[in-house]
Design a binder for this molecule. Structure first.
Ligand SMILES: *[C@@H]1O[C@H](CO)[C@@H](O)[C@H](O)[C@H]1NC(C)=O
Length: 125
C-alpha cells in the first residue's frame, strides 16, 4: 500500500460561548501520506485569536498553536514544527496547515475562538 489513507477529523467546540460563532468547513480529511493537509474553520464573531488543538483518542487535548487575525502566530512550547496556521480576515476563515502528513497525525483537530468580547460575555453568565 503505497498511499495509505487515513482520517483527520475536526469538530466544532461545543462550549456555550463558542457554539454559534465557529464551525468547521469540513469534518473529515483523507489525505495521502506526506501531503500537506489544510483544515479550516469559519468563525463569525470578533476574534482576538484562534487556538488549534489536537486530541488523540483517550488523551487530553494538546494545544498546538494560536493565530491572531493579524496572522501572527504563537506556537506551543515546545513547538510542533509541521504545524502552521493562518487567518483570512475577509472571509473569516482560519486554517491549520499540517505539512508532511503522516499516519500518526490521525486525530481530532479542533479550533477554539477567543472572542474580543469574551470577558463581557462571561460576566453576563
Ligand atoms: C505559515 O503560514 C503563513 C501564512 O500562510 C506563511 O506566510 C508562512 O510562511 C508559513 N510559515 C511556514 C513556516 O510555513
Amino acid at each position: 500500500m503505497a498511499s495509505l489513507l487515513y482520517l483527520l477529523v475536526i469538530l466544532a467546540i461545543q462550549g456555550k460561548s463558542f457554539a454559534q460563532s465557529i464551525a468547521p468547513l469540513q469534518t473529515t480529511e483523507h489525505p495521502t501520506e506526506r501531503e500537506t493537509v489544510i483544515l479550516s474553520y469559519k468563525y463569525d464573531s470578533q476574534a482576538r485569536s484562534l487556538h488549534w488543538y489536537r486530541q488523540y483518542p483517550g488523551s487530553r487535548p494538546e494545544f498546538l498553536l494560536l493565530v491572531y487575525e493579524s496572522n501572527s502566530l504563537l506556537h506551543a512550547e515546545p513547538p510542533f514544527p509541521r504545524m502552521n496556521a493562518s487567518v483570512n480576515k475577509v472571509e473569516k476563515h482560519v486554517h491549520l496547515e499540517i505539512s508532511s502528513a503522516a499516519v500518526t497525525d490521525s486525530a481530532l483537530y479542533y479550533c477554539a475562538l477567543e472572542s474580543t468580547n469574551y470577558e463581557r460575555a462571561h460576566s453576563l453568565v
